[in-house]
Design a protein around this ligand. Structure first.
Ligand SMILES: Nc1nc2c(ncn2[C@@H]2O[C@H](COP(=O)(O)OP(=O)(O)OP(=O)(O)O)[C@@H](O)[C@H]2O)c(=O)[nH]1
Ligand SMILES: [Mg+2]
Length: 488
């Protein structure tokens, strides 16, 4: 009896101890919350894995000042501050990249990781006052979820009207045809029926999914959780859809329209608002990853669509009047980096052009964010560099090429790769004249970039036989912009 009592109090004390030490470490060690987002497959997981790997393993980061000047004593992973958010599975992702040389699996929800850096400040003044520790809480979440923000300001009938309007734009008419036919048979004034609601939601979701899978590579439309439901799959808050021919004013209670309206409001209250309150408004810095090359290859329609999505994403971070998020919650983000990933698919001669394209793409949205004081930068980078550069002589011409191992099953000019052989590819040039990309309606862009996916690189070993950190392009510049000032 006595022993069990001791055990019990001990346990209670230990629990209390961990609680208070967790609490004190959260409050004492300065921390910075870094949001990493991008539409699906933009490269978020690879970016976070490479960033952490390079910091922990002292990678080559000449443009990251604290590392270059030898002021980082060590960087290591610690327990994250939020117990209810899944942990970013760093070890699994790095094992895939480094040991198997495969890309990590696609992720579908939010996750978090805390990286703590012990450093020495550059100035004597800072050394005296800073703790020499910075905890960076990295939060990975789908960009699709940000696209829900505009819904907070829309009623169900406005949402319905906008959805039909977008669905009948030329790029989407064919893709939305089935859904529009199903929706047309629904009568908003009829009695609410679960099966009808489900059928409508399913066909609306199928249309949203088709937009994404289509080779035109269209960006997502809200509601973001319809394609990435997380643990809400099948719940009423996700079983609604836009309806045509809505009654003006209040819908009859018990009608299909009233049911859809209630669920739409539930989606906003239980999904959209908590997500912004618990995650977005707590961020200090944000990187938005975009896959500009995929859009460029898909044509001007896809570029315009990416621009629309990016504008909406950035609008979420714009403080000031009229922004529902910052109207409700007061925290503000002070730095945003828009990064085109996967620059290793191009020869470095094209990187400046890629960057110029991203800058133009982001311009409208950047103007707004600049206006509010957040500092915004644009970058062409590659979190993991899967290729090397070289030249190939063709007659009198010398062509710049990239070399890497294309993934098994990738094809170029009818040749299919085996996933083992290193191959040199002339990726082509990005257009120098930006207007041709942005002003030409829906035609195919010429010349498209030759684009194959490569396997992650084989890591070199140092003299002692230890594997070096993952190679990258300008990851150090991204780091300098995102956290450099906090290590000064
Ligand atoms: N060559 C190269 N390919 C990359 C790089 N980053 C991402 N990729 C490719 O892009 C794919 C998607 O990368 P992820 O990091 O999984 O993208 P994500 O944004 O986390 O994707 P979801 O979790 O599905 O939303 C990878 O499987 C790679 O094929 C990079 O730096 N270089
Ligand atoms: Mg991911």
């Amino acid at each position: 009896m006595a022993t069990s009592l001791t055990t019990f109090t001990d346990e209670a004390r230990i629990a209390l101890d961990t609680l208070s030490s967790r609490a004190s470490s959260i409050f004492q060690s300065p921390s910075l919350r870094l949001g990493v987002t991008g539409l699906s497959r933009a490269g978020k997981t690879v970016f976070i894995s490479a960033l952490v790997h390079n910091l922990i393993h002292g990678g080559r980061l000449p443009l990251f000042d604290a590392q270059k000047s030898g002021r980082i004593a060590r960087a290591f992973l610690e327990e994250q501050p939020d117990d209810a958010v899944p942990r970013f599975q760093y070890e699994d992702h790095v094992a895939a990249l480094v040991d198997d040389r495969t890309w990590p699996d696609s992720t579908r929800a939010i996750s978090e990781l805390r990286l703590t850096i012990e450093f020495e400040s550059a100035s004597g003044w800072n050394r005296m006052f800073s703790s020499g520790r910075l905890s960076v809480d990295i939060v990975d979440y789908p960009g699709e979820w940000l696209l829900d923000l505009p819904l907070l300001g829309k009623s169900y009938s406005e949402f319905s009207r906008d959805a039909f309007e977008l669905a009948t734009l030329p790029v989407r008419t064919a893709l939305s045809e089935d859904w529009r036919r199903v929706a047309d048979t629904a009568d908003p004034a009829s009695d609410a029926d679960e099966m009808v609601a489900r059928r409508l939601a399913e066909s609306f979701t199928a249309y949203l999914r088709a937009c994404k899978l289509d080779e035109r590579a269209l960006s997502t439309l809200p509601p973001g959780r319809f394609l990435m439901p997380g643990d809400l799959d099948g719940s009423p808050a996700l079983t609604f859809a836009p309806l045509p021919r809505l009654a003006d004013g209040r819908a009859r209670s018990g009608s299909l329209q009233a049911m859809m309206e209630r669920r739409y409001e539930a989606y906003k209250a239980h999904v959209v608002k908590p997500f912004f309150r618990e995650h977005i408004t707590r961020l200090d810095r944000q990187i938005v990853l975009i896959d500009a090359m995929q859009a460029l290859n898909a044509g001007a329609g896809a570029v315009a669509d990416l621009e629309r999505a990016l504008t909406e994403i950035l609008a979420c971070f714009r403080p000031g009047r009229g922004n529902i998020v910052t109207d409700i919650f007061s925290r503000r983000i002070d730095r945003i980096l828009i990064a085109a990933t996967k620059a290793d698919h191009l020869h470095h001669e094209s990187h400046d052009r890629l960057q110029a394209i991203v800058r133009r793409l982001a311009d409208r949205a950047i103007t707004r964010a600049d206006f509010s004081g957040a500092s915004v930068d644009v970058l062409a980078m590659s979190a993991v560099r899967a290729t090397r550069e070289g030249t190939v002589k063709q007659g009198r011409e010398t062509l710049p090429v990239i070399m890497g191992v294309p993934l098994k099953g990738e094809t170029i000019d009818g040749e299919t790769f085996d996933g083992k052989t290193e191959t040199a590819i002339f990726p082509g040039d990005l257009p120098a004249n930006l207007d041709s990309i942005f002003e030409d309606g829906d035609r195919q862009l010429a010349p498209p970039i030759r684009f194959v996916r490569f396997r992650p690189p084989k890591l070199e070993r140092d003299a002692a036989g230890l594997k070096l950190s993952l190679p990258h392009i300008r990851l150090d510049r991204a780091l300098q912009f995102l956290i450099g000032d906090r290590l000064a």
